[in-house]
Design a protein around this ligand. Structure first.
Ligand SMILES: *Cc1c(COP(=O)(O)O)cnc(C)c1O
Length: 388
């Protein structure tokens, strides 16, 4: 039906078929294996002539229900779910590169992605050139001889946005596969496949779960890329998602569009107010100065800001009442994390300056609490930590 209006994401996520016994939610198939009714159907499954589930390391019906939803939500052919965002990222990268391959990666990616490329991949002769994702000439030059262009837009900590349309075209012309970490925007606010990106990965531990009770990851791409991972990589690395966690992610997805609207509204308000605060020297939020070519349809609740030298950062963190100190983000609860913690961690690879994040930077994940209460908390903590 080429003329049919595409189904809205909110409807896709809340509408479901009736399940067994009229259940409105898909059943949780808590079974490691699935048996066959007769000899011929078992042989057919092994020949690849049937898609009857076999074993939950490779195909569980609850996980499959999640994968189908997410593929439709991202506008991709197919999806594979994993036990963590890092499992999704490592499986996707390893499906593209061979020993000796060159990866081009934008600066300021998620720290464990950075360490995976700099440490683990290097052991197999896979080298990574880090480039400024805003500098198209630099990306174009680096693509020569590369197999993979790895993007994260907006990037971790500094929230700089990359021009997905342009970079996808550059990479395609150079015969380079493009992969993007789209965890920040979620499929609600950015669908990179629409702009020619080949593979999308998510840490579903963040907004897609939304309830801070699951660690999971997702890869969405064409049938060709997904089949490549499902046949040659994921069965052997074995980082599969459990049926229970797939069910929790489907629950999270039902409210994802509503939660994203609220995260967007609260975080934008706080970012604008922080920009005008005398003890704040910079705010890194992609919505404050969006480029004309932006592919973001909206903004999530994660951003960072730099404080002046007069603010004692440990005191600021300790004085906050509603923002708890912790890693991760994308849940219902507001969190704070100073950049210095990641800078210390990154120096494991002598890369504090490559990482290029100011130690005056503080990242917050704006949860679903009342915005005014969050603002009151930020201002009282800034006041308590300011010394003249
Ligand atoms: C958390 C995170 C990851 C890793 O995901 P896990 O689910 O923790 O393995 C990857 N990318 C980004 C941007 C993240 O924030």
């Amino acid at each position: 039906m080429p003329n049919a209006k595409p189904i809205a994401q909110q409807t896709l996520l809340t509408h479901d078929q009736r399940h067994e016994q009229g259940a409105v939610t898909p059943p949780i198939y808590q079974s490691s294996l699935f048996t066959f009714s007769d000899y011929d159907s078992m042989i057919a499954r092994f020949r690849g002539e049937s898609d009857q589930p076999l074993y939950s390391r490779v195909d569980n019906p609850t996980v499959k229900a999640l994968q189908d939803k997410v593929a439709a939500l991202e506008g991709g052919d197919a999806c594979l779910a994993f036990a963590s965002g890092m499992a999704a990222i490592s499986n996707a990268i390893l499906s593209v590169v061979q020993p000796g391959a060159k990866v081009v990666c934008v600066n300021h990616v998620y720290p464990d992605t950075y360490r995976f490329l700099r440490g683990f991949c290097q052991r197999f002769g896979i080298t990574t050139q880090f480039v400024d994702g805003d500098d198209e000439a630099a990306v174009a030059a680096a693509l020569s001889g590369a197999s993979l262009l790895y993007l994260e837009s907006p990037s971790s900590w500094v929230m700089s946005e990359q021009n997905l349309r342009q970079l996808a075209t550059l990479a395609r012309d150079a015969g380079v596969v493009t992969l993007i970490d789209n965890s920040w925007a979620s499929p609600i606010f950015q669908q990179p496949l629409l702009y020619g990106i080949d593979i999308v990965v998510h840490s579903a531990s963040k907004y897609i779960s939304g309830h801070s009770d699951v660690v999971a990851g997702l890869v969405i791409a064409s049938h060709q890329h997904i089949n490549n991972i499902a046949r040659h990589i994921s069965p052997f690395l074995g980082g599969k998602l459990s049926a229970n966690e797939a069910s929790l992610l489907m629950r999270g997805l039902r409210t994802l569009p509503l939660r994203m609207k609220q995260h967007q509204q609260s975080a934008l308000q706080l970012a604008e107010k922080l920009r005008d605060h005398p003890q704040v020297s910079a705010v890194c939020h992609p919505g404050l100065n969006p480029p004309a070519w932006s592919t973001l349809r909206g903004y999530s609740g994660l951003f960072s800001f730099a404080v002046t030298e007069q603010v004692d950062i440990p005191q600021f963190c300790n004085a906050l009442q509603l923002f708890h100190m912790g890693v991760s983000w994308g849940g219902f609860e507001s969190l704070v994390m100073p950049a210095i913690s990641v800078i210390n961690q990154a120096s494991e690879f002598n890369s504090a300056q490559d990482f290029g994040v100011s130690p005056r930077l503080i990242r917050i994940s704006v949860g679903l609490e009342e915005t005014d209460d969050l603002w009151t908390d930020l201002t009282q903590a800034l006041a308590a930590a300011t010394h003249r």
